[in-house]
Design a protein around this ligand. Structure first.
Ligand SMILES: [Zn+2]
Length: 351
């Protein structure tokens, strides 16, 4: 009489309740025991807290990483990707690519905060070794999840490696949705990826000027992935996001998941910026000469005194130069903003 009961018990625990991976992750922020399960178009592997790998039944030539919640309070993309996962698990989307979903910082998400101790998105490419605590361990675990995922692709098949790290910004933006393109040595940018981003509703592209310790740079530099930090608008609490704002991205991700196809659109409306300088907070007296609610990509006149402290000042070099990610509420030595300059699409080298 015991065995049927036991079997039923095991089957019940080896699923994601209601196919709601987000709820399961938030309810188990410290530990999720690994398990495997079947869904209509493949096999799923919960590999740990917030780490879900979905392998399609059919052979796949694309290995796609979707990471969300690397900043815990950036809930919109978490809800978007959770809905896509639900659609896959309940059979509304038939999966044709390999997929790794990462909910980056569930502990911070439960606290509705950007991070607990250290900004997780500064800890990759081994930078976690310089820190202690939860976020350092998490960065190490997330790197391992990506390494394992890309190396588990079937031998022989050529794999396109993709990683879209989805965020929302602290502040409003003159270009609501934009991506950070990781620094590439040869300054040659991928046309297919840019056209995919255009089709996904991305308004602007920021070309990085140096290597960093962000998650997307890690996947690009260590694994040769096409990888982007994708900013999708302003932070809202769970349940207060209007997911229709992400409709274009949802459509293009659905197409990618279901058909392995990268939607393509004209890049003519997309604005391109290169990064000129990092503004670095060099003293407790460091201030930015802007209103607290200034939008990302706000442009300035040449000579404007944009940042100053008892040790330094920064004057705008050329009219039209703009600021992105201004933030002085951080430790000395960290980035208080990026200075960027528009460039013409025609001036980019594409392949
Ligand atoms: Zn973020």
């Amino acid at each position: 009489m015991i065995r049927p009961y036991l079997t039923l018990y095991l089957v019940e625990t080896m699923t994601i309740l209601n196919n709601d991976f987000l709820a399961a992750t938030l309810a188990n922020q410290d530990k999720m025991a690994p398990f495997q399960f079947e869904f209509p178009s493949g096999t799923g592997f919960v590999e740990g807290t917030g780490i879900l790998r979905l392998e399609p039944k059919q052979d796949a030539s694309i290995s796609l990483v979707l990471s969300v919640g690397v900043h815990g309070n950036e809930t919109g993309p978490i809800e978007l990707v959770n809905q896509l996962v639900m659609s896959i698990l309940d059979g509304r989307i038939s999966l044709s690519v390999r997929l790794l979903v990462l909910i980056g910082n569930p502990v911070a998400a439960n606290k509705a905060t950007r991070f607990c101790e250290v900004n997780l998105n500064r800890l990759f490419s081994g930078a976690w070794k310089n820190y202690d605590g939860f976020e350092a361990k998490r960065a190490q675990r997330l790197e391992k999840a990506i390494s394992d995922f890309y190396s588990q692709a079937k031998e022989g098949a050529t794999q396109t490696r993709l990683h879209y790290d989805l965020h929302t910004a602290i502040r409003g933006s003159m270009h609501e949705k934009f991506v950070v393109y990781p620094f590439v040595e040869n300054a040659i940018y991928n046309q297919q990826q840019l056209a995919f981003l255009a089709a996904s509703g991305i308004d602007a592209v920021l070309l990085s000027h140096q290597s960093t310790t962000t998650f997307s740079y890690y996947s690009y530099a260590t694994h040769g992935a096409h990888a982007f930090t994708v900013e999708l608008g302003k932070v809202q609490p769970f349940g207060e996001n209007d997911l229709s704002n992400f409709a274009a991205l949802e459509d293009s991700l659905s197409l990618l998941l279901e058909n392995g196809v990268l939607a393509q659109a004209s890049m003519s409306e997309m604005r391109i910026f290169t990064v000129l300088d990092s503004l670095v907070k060099d003293d407790d007296s460091y201030k930015l000469g802007i209103e607290a609610d200034v939008k990302n990509f706000t442009q300035f006149e040449q000579g404007y005194r944009l940042a100053y402290s008892e040790k330094s000042e920064y004057l705008v070099q050329q009219t039209g130069d703009a600021i992105v990610f201004p933030n002085t509420n951080l430790p000395i030595g960290q980035r208080a903003g990026l200075m960027v300059r528009p460039v013409a699409l025609g001036d980019l080298k594409l392949n």
